[in-house]
Design a protein around this ligand. Sequence first.
Ligand SMILES: NC(=O)C1=CN([C@@H]2O[C@H](COP(=O)(O)OP(=O)(O)OC[C@H]3O[C@@H](n4cnc5c(N)ncnc54)[C@H](OP(=O)(O)O)[C@@H]3O)[C@@H](O)[C@H]2O)C=CC1
Ligand SMILES: O=C(CO)COP(=O)(O)O
Length: 338
Amino acid sequence: MTEKIAVLGAGSWGSMLANILDENGHDVRLWSYNPKQVEELNTKHTNSKYMKDFTYSDSLVAYSDMQAAVKDVDDILMVVPAQVTRSVAQNLNTILNEMDIKPNIIHGSKGIEQKTYKRMSEVLAEEISSNNRNGIAVISGPSQAEDVAKKDITLVTAASSDIKIAEHFQKLFMNGYFRVYTNDDIIGVEIGAALKNIIALGAGALYGLGYGDNAKAALMTRGLAEISRLGTSFGANPLTFTGLSGFGDVIVTATSSDSRNWRAGYQLGKGEKLSDVVKNMGMVIEGVATTQAAYELAKQRGIDMPITSAIYNVLNENVSVKEAISKLMLREGRSELE
Ligand SMILES: NC(=O)C1=CN([C@@H]2O[C@H](COP(=O)(O)OP(=O)(O)OC[C@H]3O[C@@H](n4cnc5c(N)ncnc54)[C@H](OP(=O)(O)O)[C@@H]3O)[C@@H](O)[C@H]2O)C=CC1
Ligand SMILES: O=C(CO)COP(=O)(O)O
């Protein structure tokens, strides 16, 4: 089955997923709003700002005109930072209003929208009219783009409340190094994907301060417990948090020095200012905005999320990482399973 697929967003992840789809034999159009990046992709087949030393497949074509990129497509993959997903989806919807197609939509972004606290599939459902699309799905899991570039073994999940849509995308993405499972719990998959970035920030900060493996394991385990508390309050399946988009993604982002969230946390642990860390990264650090959204959401719903609160305080309230850790450790004792 060969499909025409537009990929909107040509950063590290959008470009790597586009490359996989192209390698799998699909007709892929990779859109970026940056004409210089499009020129580099089409002439040198490189994307130097985001994926150093990687050469993309010759047949992958980049576009700076979104209308041309989505013309006659069967599927659209959105991979822009979570906080701009709504505006890109609005532009897409305006374009689709003038076309006679109903593509399947999937996204690969990991974040919660600030202020609305919406998951990305909710944002897409709100902004892309049901006349202009078929089902909506997410692709998520432990998948650093840098490892995918090396064709390292990578397992992810395609999730949709409509399992047929998840299975459709499973077929499009699967190959010998990129294995795709399905899940109908899109709520759990999106919440796990977004909130693991908070834990990655924390794990980087611990490492920056010189803490060891016990501390890392503690943060990952108790972090996942609070992600799961929030997720199940929205009706997510608790088992999803033991899977690829839960524990799997916590493991990779809280231990990989390729993770932008981990690296940002490390720099904060070393005493750098958040504004400098964000400026110097040059790529999205999703955990910063998502920590704020998750912190406010937990308060609104009365869910206890002490690690998220501690990281929120470090990011937004000038609390030092050491002070935040000490406060966490000296909280009143509690049962592990509460
Ligand atoms: N990198 C990875 O390994 C993985 C990333 N993800 C997720 O994928 C999503 C995208 O991340 P990633 O590709 O890594 O991020 P990058 O920072 O590498 O790339 C983001 C891309 O989006 C572009 N962009 C920013 N704002 C806009 C806008 N308003 N309209 C259109 N394009 C825009 C950026 O352009 P510019 O820089 O010029 O502003 C850049 O090309 C995130 O949610 C991330 O969590 C998921 C799995 C793995
Ligand atoms: O989500 C990711 C890997 O699964 C990528 O994480 P970073 O955005 O922290 O690099």
